[in-house]
Design a protein around this ligand. Structure first.
Ligand SMILES: [Mn+2]
Length: 192
């Protein structure tokens, strides 16, 4: 059974063939886990760091988010490091949990107020004291996660208003078109 739908734009910096961003959506019966990672810099070394993070999340996906992040920190030693965010939607507990390290954007449009915060740091180098946020989740809540290839001028509510769309892929495309930078890898993931 599909509980959520996803819209994704994932494209490398202009003129590059490989993105230094990576993402994972792992859907389960009871919960869906979403991860977004941005390897430092761009190109192959950045991609290696981001993909190492994603593999680590995949292998440890049943653990609490802070534990997954701590394992990624160990796995990323010797790479360039990455900033990353982990979000789990639990359908059995009706919760959204979040842990973020470094600059990954998150915007939410939800029934209950949801305002998670990332802490400064670099996974693989300098892991901050991790804080796991838990909020109530209501089906239909809308989440947007993005790397810093999306400008911080992006505001979710006005974009939805301008777009007038309910389609998560159209929304992801519009965010990337209107707020995506050419000089950075762009990843925007819309989940509802
Ligand atoms: Mn970036």
């Amino acid at each position: 059974m599909r509980r959520m739908e996803f819209g994704i734009v994932h494209r490398p910096k202009l003129g590059r063939h490989i993105s230094g961003d990576a993402y994972l959506i792992k859907e389960g019966e009871e919960a869906t886990l979403i991860c977004l990672a941005d390897g430092l810099g761009s190109g192959e070394k950045a991609a290696e760091a981001a993909q190492t993070a994603i593999r680590c999340v995949e292998v440890n996906s049943a653990l609490p988010l802070s534990d997954i992040m701590t394992r990624c920190h160990r796995a990323l030693k010797g790479t360039r490091g990455a900033v990353m965010a982990l979000m789990r939607i639990s359908f059995t507990q009706s919760t959204m949990t979040f842990v973020g390290v470094g600059n990954i954007g998150i915007h939410v449009r939800s029934t209950a107020p949801i305002k998670p915060i990332s802490r400064n740091g670099i996974v693989g180098y300098r892991l901050p004291h991790l804080r796991e946020f838990t909020f109530p989740y209501t089906p239909g809540d809308l989440f947007v996660l993005h790397t810093d290839g999306i400008s911080n001028r992006f505001i979710l509510d006005s974009t939805i208003w301008m777009t007038g769309t309910q389609d998560v892929q159209i929304l992801a495309d519009d965010i990337a078109r209107n707020f995506g930078k050419e000089d950075d890898d762009v990843t925007v993931l819309v989940a509802r």
